[in-house]
Design a protein around this ligand. Structure first.
Ligand code: FAD
Length: 461
């Protein structure tokens, strides 16, 4: 009998790699990991979400590459769970599975006009400018003058910053070539960031906010009134607020103390406002919002409540950035409300089946806990999952390799004519992209079509 425990990891984002790393750290277990991803390229949102002008953050992929160098690791890119492989296949070939597929959908605003042309999710725009193959053909009308980003988290700030930056600044990043070409022609003058709550409740981090002080070709504006805190908020700021919130308020005060200096674009922070309707004939022309006030709840928190005060503004583009949401996976339970796979410490829980815990199926990352936290948050999350899995294997007296059929998963993929991408293939593609980029003074130029990726790699290997 095979003494190796064979684990399949579905999804090669941070959670998948941290799970693989933790599996390989176990001294008393012999473990092989096969990692699958629907894209040929690994690293999930580190490649397809993290902003192109945040290259330092992307260097975390060096850690993932070291994990992939383990002789017991194999990568199968361009293999989609639910299209190319299924739960039954994994149950036959592996002792355990960890699903770490992230939260690729977005939340909607639920207001009239949201489906008009020109109204998009931030998810779509972010994936487009980052060269995600599924989004490369999406179109954004950058000939308009006014864009609204609804939401005040870090993703909303990323979107506003990319819209506000000059093409020359973006040309130094690994932004997709087609996006750079379109952004170079952008006619945008006003970029609004709209938050339903006040500056004290904003979810962005000071590091992201501070970057708005340094935009060379955009003035940044905050209504001074927004920073005049009521007594309740002032007390929260002085007593309960985190250091990040205090820093945010300081930076917003610096922004509001500045006068507009006639730069090409303006970024406007609008707090305590919620969109109620998007209107236009066949595309977005106007956004209607209500002003909110903060009302103290029984638990002491402050919640926004609509007032009679309305705002209407001309708008050509709208990006909703109010959170990501998971998508159900074939044969796995799913909690529609939270957009996660129900689980107990990472162990999949059959809620439709009396909360029975599945002994061989686990989850990690955003699909486990919901779309929150930074890249590093997925490490402790994946570690918890791996420990839960190994404890279960021991408690249930499971044996390694018991469910492993011959031949290997490779034969199954070949029989199904799945053109899979190995980690060695990815390293060739990585070298190709970085060499091409460096000739232009860029970190890399991304390939954005799966067919093109496969063609280049098949030629090189
Ligand atoms: C726009 C944006 C910017 C961000 N910027 C930062 C930042 O600057 N710094 C920071 O610390 N954090 C940032 N984050 C947060 C960080 O990216 C997440 O915490 C992290 O990526 C979540 O990891 P994950 O592995 O759960 O999911 P993901 O990174 O989404 O990885 C999921 C993987 O699963 C694959 N997959 C999905 N479905 C299937 C399937 N059916 N079959 C096979 N494979 C599948 C996907 O292709 C993907 O590779 C950002 C997030 C977003 C959305």
């Amino acid at each position: 009998m095979n003494s190796f425990w064979k684990i399949a990891v579905i999804g090669s984002g941070p959670a998948g790699f941290y799970a693989a790393g933790e599996l390989f750290r176990q001294k008393s277990w012999e473990i092989k990991v096969d990692m699958f991803d629907r894209l040929p390229t690994p690293f999930g949102l580190v490649r397809g979400g993290v902003a192109p002008d945040h290259q330092k953050i992307k260097s975390v992929t060096k850690i993932y590459t070291r994990i992939a160098e383990n002789e017991n690791f194999r990568f199968f890119g361009n293999v989609e769970f639910g299209r190319d492989i299924f739960q039954a296949d994994l149950l036959e070939h592996y002792d355990g599975m960890i699903y770490s597929v992230g939260s690729p959908a977005d939340r909607s605003l639920g207001i009239p006009g949201e489906d008009l042309s020109g109204s998009h999710s931030a998810t779509e725009f972010v994936a487009w400018y980052n060269g995600h193959p599924d989004f490369r053909d999406h179109k954004f009308d950058l000939s308009v003058k006014h864009a609204f980003v609804i939401g005040m988290g870090n993703v909303a700030l990323d979107v506003a910053r990319i819209l506000a930056k000059t093409a020359d600044e973006l040309a130094k990043t690994d932004i997709a070539d087609y996006a750079l070409k379109e952004l170079r022609k952008s006619q945008l003058e006003n970029i609004w960031l709209v938050g339903r709550r006040g500056p004290l409740q904003a979810a962005f981090s000071p590091a992201e906010l501070r970057e708005f002080l340094e935009l060379p070709d955009a003035d940044v504006l905050v209504e001074a009134d927004a920073l005049e805190l009521d007594a309740e908020s002032q007390q929260i700021l002085e007593t309960l607020a985190s250091n990040d919130t205090k820093k945010n308020i300081e930076i917003l005060k610096q922004i509001s103390a500045r006068d507009a200096s006639g730069k090409k674009r303006r970024v406007r922070f609008l707090f305590l406002a919620s969109p109620v309707e998007i209107s236009g004939n066949d595309k977005v022309e106007k956004i209607s919002m209500v002003r909110n006030q903060l009302v103290k709840q029984e638990d002491g928190s402050l919640r926004p409540q609509a007032t009679e005060n309305k705002i209407e503004e001309e708008a050509g583009l709208i990006f909703r950035s109010i959170g990501y949401h998971g998508k159900p996976l074939t044969d796995l339970p799913f909690d529609k409300k939270s957009g996660t796979i129900p689980n107990e410490c990472g162990q999949v829980k059959d809620t439709e089946n009396g909360n029975v815990l599945r002994n061989r199926e686990y989850v990690a990352g955003w699909i486990k806990r919901g779309p929150n936290g930074v890249i590093g948050t997925n490490k402790q999350d994946a570690v918890e999952t791996v420990h839960r899995m190994l404890e279960t294997f021991l408690n249930e007296k499971m044996e390694a390799g018991k469910n492993d059929v011959n031949p290997d998963i490779v034969s199954l993929l070949e029989n199904r004519k799945v053109d899979f991408f190995s980690f060695a293939d990815w390293l060739l593609l990585d070298a190709h992209e970085t060499e091409a980029g460096q000739k232009l003074g860029r970190p890399r130029t991304k390939l954005t079509s799966v067919a093109e990726m496969l063609e280049i790699i098949r030629k090189k290997s």
